[in-house]
Design a protein around this ligand. Structure first.
Ligand code: SF4
Length: 147
């Protein structure tokens, strides 16, 4: 199973924000550059993370992005379910639809496997992902324009 690029970017951004100290509130452009993704893509992902309550954007002087407590400590599996959706792993209903879709044991098996994938991530949270050795690497990242 392969995650979408948007989900990967969302996790990178959340991890980067999770290692920053109090009062370190980067702009979306700064975060995008530090994790090596295009600004336009990062902006869409940040908007989605705000909607999910993972990230807050503070306006004004000293404003910028910060990860919320819920974003740090919430279940990684639940976050991925939100970001990825829980549709079919393969395109059973694509055009043209698969002729086996009404009675396909493979479809059911893939759904079970997909849920097992998410369930394996349920006990983890973003804070778990930024423990050493990842955290120090995240802190060392410098902005490199990706656009
Ligand atoms: S064979 Fe089954 S799992 Fe594969 S596309 Fe068809 S319905 Fe879906």
């Amino acid at each position: 199973m392969r995650l979408t690029k948007s989900t990967d970017i969302a996790l990178r951004i959340a991890m980067r924000l999770a290692v920053l100290g109090e009062g370190e509130n980067p702009t979306t452009r700064e975060v995008a550059e530090s994790v090596g993704v295009p600004y336009t893509h990062a902006a869409k992902v940040v908007s989605r993370l705000q909607h999910l309550g993972v990230v807050e954007a503070r306006r004004g002087r000293g404003g910028g992005l910060m990860i919320t407590f819920a974003g740090r400590t919430g279940s990684l599996g639940l976050l991925l379910r939100e970001l990825e959706g829980i549709g079919d792993v393969v395109g059973c209903e694509d055009e043209p639809p698969c002729p086996l879709r009404a009675a396909c044991r493979l479809r059911g098996a893939l759904r079970t496997a997909q849920e097992a994938f998410f369930a394996a991530l349920d006990p983890l949270c973003i804070d778990d992902l930024v423990a050493s050795p990842t955290g120090p690497v995240l802190l060392s990242l410098t902005a490199r324009p990706a656009d």
